[in-house]
Design a protein around this ligand. Sequence first.
Ligand code: NAD
Length: 536
Amino acid sequence: MSSGPQFPLPANEAEVSFRPGTAAATELGKALQQRDVVEIPTVIGGKRYFSNEVVEVRAPHDNQRLLARIHRPTEAQISEAIASSKSVAKDWASLSYASRATILHRAADIIATRQRIRINAATVLGQSKTIDQAEPDSACELIDFLRFNAYNAQRVYAEQPMSVPTAVNRADWRPLEGFVYAVSPFNFTAIGGNLTTAPAIMGNTVLWKPSEKSALANYIFFEALEEAGLPPGVINFVPGDAELTTRVALSSPDLAGIHFTGSSSVFQSLWKGVASKVDAFRTIPRLVGETGGKDFVLAHASANASEVAIALIRGAFEYQGQKCSAASRAYIPKSLWPAVSQEMRERLSQLKVGDVADHDTFMGAVISQASYQKLSRVLAAAREDANVKLISGGKTWSDPGYFVEPTVFEVSDPKHALMKEELFGPVLSVYVYDDAAWEDTLQLIDATSPYALTGSIFCTDRFALHHAEQVLINAAGNLYLNDKPTGAMIGQQPFGGGRASGTNDKAGSYLNLLRWASPRVVKETYLPPRDWQFGA
Ligand code: NAD
């Protein structure tokens, strides 16, 4: 690595308290009452474009409330964004690593201070998150991604081949040759920040297509990057129609990588799109995708019933079950189920579902009408299904927003669709197994769903725990012991899963950054041979 400042290992950003009565809560309250409608432009090479094709962003928990209008780019503008990336690529790659890191650090500090309330408020309103869920995402995790990506890039650059007395060897950590297409999901504001800045810190330029459902918070982050000094064109903000933007991106020979988080089906379609024209690209694109999950919680008979019940409630229902890591299938032994189900029923009956601006609300609305309709269909079908018993919840209502009660089903068939398919909503399905069938249950968990993202095992019997970990070796990329399967922290639990859950490139870690570099190795010999014979 070239000489320059050494950045220390960052600490995770501490959460600010928004308890009623605090100054932060008062400020947030004011921001949540703001009625301005934000015009979200397409930004290419630092220029803002407003168009006639506008998509409205409304609060999922209050459909009457218009928050923003997204100005979609035209096909020609998407191509212009790619050209703009190309024109700045060389200069960006030639900047010192420290200069790039400084921009990320400045952006982190801007979010941590003067934009903290604004980006949290946009996440609360736009994505229907309670502040207890927004602060760890749109403030803390976003800041962590920026600081840890800057730190981890330094680790990558420090990795160098061995030199010997007769020659010196060196790795030039080049960015990819072309642009990276970053496609981000709605459910974490922080993820858009990572999908863009991880390739950028390694010297790449990025075409960013955010989800329209999180575009407001994502745009605030983009503005923070600009304020921090990100040169125009390094990341272009292109909130376009998904299929059109993808078609234009994939038709460019300069596509060098895709950094995606979202559903497995969309990632698979991107992969197929690239594969079908792989010879058209200048370099074989790197494809990184973190996708869906059907995350399990397994309790052993030795587990504490109350701990299991709380982990299920928090793991399954925080943010309306719209975390890729959310618990959505549970395997509970017969001996524990009466206590676990009773505690869940009691506690769930006290949880408030409603306006996320109220501090005592536990769950807001699901993200969209499409999600609401899909979940309503699933709940209606389950009510008619003889193999499914309703334990708690089950109601839905669409006024003033898209609300779904936290719902728990007990299924008698462990291979029921409710145990296999990702629903991305507040629905937990439980299979109650005979205590003696522990071994069969482990096999069942491993073989039931195509996903392998997160999982939890609650167990105080050390031998049983060790054995379960071995059998479930490929069932999750992030495994939690005696803990809920959600809430991974940058630097502590690098995140990602295998099988249908993605490429497991561990967001926020140096492993992910390696995907955005293509090292050139240079050998320089001190005394080149002057005779062709061996030993000369
Ligand atoms: P999504 O797949 O619907 O959308 C993700 C992004 O892809 C959005 O920007 C969207 O506009 C875009 N997109 C949609 N259709 C497209 C198409 N045909 N071509 C190209 N792009 C397209 O996902 P979502 O609803 O935003 O997020 C929820 C999904 O994301 C869930 O499946 C969840 O498990 C997953 N997720 C995974 C992780 C992880 O780390 N594994 C993290 C967060 C979310």
